[in-house]
Design a protein around this ligand. Structure first.
Ligand code: OOG
Ligand code: NI
Length: 459
């Protein structure tokens, strides 16, 4: 009997990882405290309006993590571990070209896909896989050594994977197994104290700090764990006031009076953490590495492909305006691309919404045979925004980049390895969901239910 469901395992895992990361990176705990304070302030100010994009309970527990692995085998194992937590791979992010620094990875995000599961606990992990076969970054010779190094390590024990498969198949685990599973799973992402081979780490770091972080060590670790905040501008100011050095800007759209869409993220700079190194002469020395940091995000309304095109055009316009603009000018530029009200966002088919019948109908007679937009306008249906549950290649690249001290190297004259969505789905051995399909399906399911309720469609 599975007494601990996959949902409960996911919630417990998020809490366990949060405790672990707080011990490892104390500034993360400060970030979480400040985020909770900001969320409480917003809730006090807006009341129920603060919960439009998720209940306060959900937002308080909400985290995303970031991890990085080295081989397709490791990636497939990650899929089994997160599968046990009800998290499925969603989206394909190719960061090799999204960044001016050397970031040789392709990524996906593991998260629940079901709206009810997301409401219960939306824990997600952005997971990157090192592109060891990409010759723009790694010569054939180096890639050979890198792949043998990676093939010889074990990130996840056979016992952990066995428990993961059992949880995945049975929808959960018995209490004792659940405890063991969570301990082993969280332990796989703890920072190792094993000495790092300095020469090997530095050889990879010449090419890419990310490659060294992934392939220079014999284990993996959480790179960051990100709480969600309801007012990221307030959070940025509060962290700066506490003397924590933040990156230069909040990534994503500017603050403005219109609806917030997709994601805005910011982070504090990577901290120097003590690590031990094995030197060429066999001695062990103490040193530091700066790879782990704290990130925070504000989530907005999901966009349809048409909305996303507007978003991309708006971001390109902001880039073009460069650093010259102030926040007011940025908001003005943004307003040329996205509508200022949620009504327009919905009417123009740019934002993702679910529709629901209104209890207090305009008339006792039958609803008219008109479009869904018209039914909303006439007061038969109301809309609820769908929160964006995914990531953006651009902010992801920005997050990688903002915390790299060296740009690394990339030979753009060579052609890259062909690592696309289908390839990644094959690696994962399971369906790689397209986030836009998931949002569209959620919208359409709500339309079907509403039309049946109004007697305009057959159940
Ligand atoms: C992942 C970077 C992407 C985000 O929030 O966009 C990410 C990483 O640094 O490994 O976490
Ligand atoms: Ni992140």
């Amino acid at each position: 009997m599975a007494s601990v469901s996959t949902t409960e395992l996911r919630a417990r895992f998020a809490r366990t990882l949060s405790r672990l990361y707080g011990r490892e990176v104390p500034a993360y705990t400060t970030l979480v405290e400040v985020a909770h304070q900001v969320n409480a302030d917003v809730a006090a100010r807006l009341g129920a309006g603060a919960e439009r994009l998720g209940s306060l309970d959900r937002v308080t527990a909400e985290r995303h993590g970031a991890i990085r692995v080295g081989t397709p085998t490791e990636m497939a194992q990650v899929a089994r571990v997160f599968g046990a937590l009800g998290m499925q791979p969603c989206g394909f992010y190719d960061l090799r070209d999204a960044s001016t620094s050397s970031v040789p990875v392709v990524s996906t995000a593991f998260r629940p896909t079901d709206p009810d599961e997301l409401a219960l606990n939306p824990f997600r992990v952005f997971t990157s896989l090192l592109a060891t076969s990409d010759r723009r970054f790694f010569s054939a010779e180096l890639s050979g050594r890198l792949e043998s190094f990676l093939a010889a390590r074990e990130l996840f024990s056979p016992r952990l994977l066995e428990l993961a498969d059992r949880a995945g198949a049975g929808g959960g685990l018995a209490e004792a197994d659940a405890t063991e599973f969570l301990e082993r799973a969280a332990g796989s992402f703890a920072l190792s104290t094993e000495p790092i081979d300095r020469a090997w780490y530095e050889e990879l770091a010449q090419i890419s700090a990310v490659a060294a972080d992934i392939g220079g060590v014999r284990s993996t670790h959480i790179n960051h764990l990100t709480p969600r905040v309801l007012d990221i501008d307030a959070l940025y100011a509060a962290m700066s006031a506490r003397g924590i050095a933040m990156i230069d800007a909040i990534q994503g759209p500017p603050r403005w009076s219109g609806p917030d869409v997709l994601l805005r993220q910011t982070s504090f700079r990577a901290l120097a953490e003590p690590r031990r190194f094995a030197e060429a002469d066999g001695t062990i020395s103490e040193g530091t590495l700066r790879v782990r940091f704290g990130e925070v995000e504000a989530r907005g309304i999901a966009l349809t492909p048409a909305g996303r095109a507007r978003y991309d055009a708006g971001m390109a316009a902001l880039d073009e305006a460069g650093a010259a603009y102030d926040s007011e000018a940025a908001a003005e530029i943004w307003g040329r691309h996205l509508p200022r009200t949620e009504t327009e966002l919905f009417d123009q088919g740019l934002g993702v919404y679910t529709v629901h019948t209104v209890a207090d109908r305009p008339s006792v007679g039958p609803a008219p045979q008109v479009s869904v937009t018209e039914l909303v306008r006439q007061g038969w249906l109301r809309t609820e925004p769908v929160v964006y549950e995914d990531f953006l290649p651009r902010s992801a690249a920005g997050i990688f980049q903002s915390n790299l001290t060296e740009t690394g190297t990339k030979d753009a004259s060579l052609s890259g390895a062909d690592l696309d969505e289908d390839w990644l789905a094959g690696v994962l051995g399971r369906e790689l969901h397209d986030p836009y399909d998931l949002y569209a399906a959620q919208h359409e399911a709500s339309v079907r239910r509403a039309l049946v309720d109004l007697g305009l469609a057959h159940p």
